[in-house]
Design a protein around this ligand. Sequence first.
Ligand code: HEC
Ligand code: HEC
Length: 461
Amino acid sequence: MAGVETPRCARRVRLAAAFALTAMTMSLAACDAGAPGTAAAASEAASAAAGAAHSSAPAAVTASAAPAAAQAGQTRAQVYESVRQMTALGKQLFFDASLSGSGKLACASCHSPEHAFSPANVLSVQLGGSDMHRTGLRAAPTLKYLQSVPAFAEHYHESDDEGDESVDAGPTGGLTWDGRVDRGADQARIPLLSSFEMGSTPARVAAAVKAAPYADAFRAAFGEHVFDSDDATFKAVLQALETFEQTPEIFYPYTSKYDAYLAGNAQLTQAELRGLQLFNDEQKGNCASCHISQRTRDGAPPQFSDFGLIAIGVPRNRALPVNRDPHFYDLGACGPERTDLKGRAEFCGIFRTPTLRNVALKKSFFHNGIYHSLDQVVRFYAERDTNPGKFYPVSKGKVQKFDDLPQKYWANLNTDPPFDRKPGDKPVFDEAEIKDVVAFLNTLTDGYKAGGGLANVAAAK
Ligand code: HEC
Ligand code: HEC
């Protein structure tokens, strides 16, 4: 079934798109034949399957993503119907607090649809656990535009249509800040079972689903035997959540002002244009070197991330309870949440570059949620090295730079512009330029309507 995968197709295993069973077959066929036209058709079929009018998103999927109910031998109509059912169930599960140990926390509690599925409140880290007083160590990210995150690879070589294959872009991809899982279903298991998030168990989740108003719909979608064991029910829940997260018109609509601008349907203001220029300029912000702002060579819209895992030396967030222990460090890919790269020094301090699409809807920024405005974030990039005392603690007149990364890992820190300066140098942006970059970042919010500003973006309600 998987056929002969070209390196490109093998690498670009994306967040599994369960809806794209039909597309998957076509996608793989397209990979085998190396026919981009067919790949586009596959992507279209995928969008159509999920009821989307248009999405130019690539829709590569894994063979194992085939939904349980959508096995081989089904007609296209049956596959579409199965996807529709699973999407509807996934949506209900996403908003259902009864899946949690406390009965109070749903996925949507931390991933609010009005905020591009990031938190509605300004807390750096969200509250959870059985008493709703426990905290984790990381900010909850947006769930939009995850469909093009590639599977984690220690050495990532750009695919031939997007870059130079001979260049090793380093560790790339995977879901969560440290890239420790590749599939939406595997990811969903994490918050459901985490003691400081939903604090549930497969048995508790299964019981909640059996008692839910959508229990019959669940049986209809997954078959009579889905309630035979807690394990089977739990797996089906994870599958439905993954399918919901693949709904193009909700999770990757590409409807920002910047998308309209790229398509020639909107003009950016002078400030936004200056911001874009500063964002792209390799000697200034150089932001686009990691947060890609241009269409791919085959015309797909930019994701505003190259999905690389990078160390940029974000300051320690002393407001996090976990950081009261001076010996505790969140080192990203080398642990503690991720365990397979433990002890590999070159992976310490690196976190996955997030997309900047909808970033203006977020209320906390960076993996530890230390900043709460885009102005602060852009200022950090501009002045981290020229005026470090602004961001890091100063003790006895000495700045403790990179206070959240032990010195033995400092070699991992990125040193390209804008991180190529030293104290006293001119910051990469002046005050007016910081405002321009923030103005540009504000054009990346979905729901833009020409002339009318932002449309109502209450996507999933
Ligand atoms: C208590 C808050 C909380 C709840 C509840 C929660 N999440 Fe999250 N979510 C987070 C945090 C924090 C992260 C980042 C975790 C990390 O990097 O280790 C995250 C990460 C994710 C990611 C990966 C995003 C990326 O950029 O790779 C997905 C997908 C996701 N959550 C889906 C879900 C689903 C589905 C549910 C419900 C089953 C859920 N979350 C419940 C806080 C939460
Ligand atoms: C070397 C790669 C790189 C460059 C260059 C870069 N970024 Fe980032 N960006 C990252 C990484 C990695 C993170 C996450 C870091 C973390 O949380 O530890 C990030 C996070 C962010 C965030 C927070 C997003 C969120 O959801 O929390 C914003 C905003 C941002 N970058 C904007 C910019 C701007 C503006 C520039 C140019 C001035 C820029 N970045 C340059 C890699 C880069």
